[in-house]
Design a protein around this ligand. Structure first.
Ligand SMILES: NC(=O)c1ccc[n+]([C@@H]2O[C@H](COP(=O)([O-])OP(=O)(O)OC[C@H]3O[C@@H](n4cnc5c(N)ncnc54)[C@H](OP(=O)(O)O)[C@@H]3O)[C@@H](O)[C@H]2O)c1
Length: 227
C-alpha cells in the first residue's frame, strides 16, 4: 500500500492529556486534519475547543475535530495511542473493531508506573506496548515513535523541539510515513529504528531518560545521535 504523505486525518486516542494536545497542534500546523478522541465526548469537545484557540493564536484558523475514541479512529488514516500503558488493554478491546484495515497506528507508549517518587518499568508480556498493539490490531500497520519527546517541550510553541525520534515498525512503508509525520514537527529528526522487535529497547530506554531527567531537573530531556 502506498500512502499520500499529507494531509492526513490523524486521530489521537486519549488526546486530552499531556502528549495528545501538543501533537495535535503541531500536526494541524503542518496542514493535517486532527481529531481529539476521549472516553468522554464532553471532554474531547472541551479540549478540541481549547486547541482551536491555541491554533488561532499561532495564526492557524482550523477546525479541530473531536469525538469518543471509537468514532474518531474510524475516520482516521493515522491513529496515535496517547494513553497510559495501564489503559491499553481496555482501549484495544473498545477499538479493535473500529480501526480500518491499513490504518497507520503510532504508539508513543512507555510502559511505566509512577508510585510517589518511584518510577518503574512495567514488564510487558509481548516485550513492548507497540507489539501488544500489533498483535491486537492485525489489520493495522503499527509503528513505535515519539517516546523520547516530552509533552512540555512539544507544548512550548515558541521553542524548537530539537531531538531525534527513533521509529520502529515492521512495514517499511508505514515506517517511512511515520518518519515523515515526525519530521513535520520542525527540528525533529526521525531515525529509522528497524523492526518492531526493537520497540522494547526505546520504550525501556525512555524510562531511564525520564529518571535522568528527574535527577537533572530537566523533564524535557530528549535524545540526539551524533551523526
Ligand atoms: N507526557 C509525555 O511527556 C510523554 C512523552 C512521550 C511519550 N508519552 C507516552 O504517551 C502516552 C500518553 O501520555 P500522557 O502524558 O498524555 O498521558 P495522560 O495525560 O496521563 O493520559 C492521556 C489520556 O489518556 C486517557 N486515559 C487515562 N487513563 C486511561 C485508561 N485507564 N484507559 C483509557 N484511557 C485512559 C485520558 O483521556 P480521556 O479521559 O479523555 O479518555 C487521558 O487524558 C503515555 O503512554 C506516555 O508514556 C508521554
Amino acid at each position: 500500500m502506498v500512502w499520500n504523505l499529507a494531509p492526513q486525518t490523524i486521530a489521537l486516542v486519549g488526546g486530552t492529556g499531556n502528549q495528545g494536545p501538543p501533537l495535535a497542534v503541531r500536526w494541524a500546523l503542518a496542514g493535517n486534519r486532527v481529531l481529539i478522541g476521549s472516553r468522554r465526548l464532553e471532554k474531547a469537545r472541551r479540549v478540541a475547543g481549547g486547541l482551536e484557540e491555541t491554533l488561532r493564536r499561532l495564526g492557524c484558523e482550523v477546525e479541530v475535530g473531536f469525538g469518543v475514541n471509537e468514532d474518531v479512529v474510524a475516520e482516521a488514516d493515522t491513529v496515535v495511542f496517547t494513553i497510559p500503558y495501564r489503559g491499553l488493554d481496555a482501549t484495544l478491546t473498545a477499538l479493535e473493531d473500529r480501526i480500518k484495515p491499513g490504518t497507520l497506528v503510532i504508539s508513543p507508549i512507555v510502559p511505566i508506573e509512577f508510585k510517589g517518587r518511584e518510577i518503574r518499568l512495567i514488564h510487558v508480556e509481548d516485550d513492548s506496548a507497540a507489539e501488544t498493539i500489533a498483535r491486537r490490531l492485525p489489520q493495522a500497520r503499527v509503528i513505535a515513535a515519539l517516546h523520547t519527546v516530552s509533552a512540555s517541550l512539544l507544548a512550548d510553541y515558541a521553542r524548537p523541539v530539537k531531538g531525534d525520534v527513533v521509529v520502529c515498525g515492521d512495514d517499511p512503508e508505514a515506517r517511512r510515513v511515520g518518519m515523515a509525520l515526525v519530521e513535520e514537527i520542525p527540528n525533529l529528526r526521525a531515525v529509522d529504528g528497524g523492526g518492531l522487535e526493537n520497540a522494547h529497547i526505546i520504550e525501556e530506554f525512555t524510562v531511564l531518560l525520564i529518571k535522568i531527567g528527574r535527577r537533572k531537573r530537566r523533564p524535557d530531556l530528549g535524545i540526539q545521535f551524533t551523526f
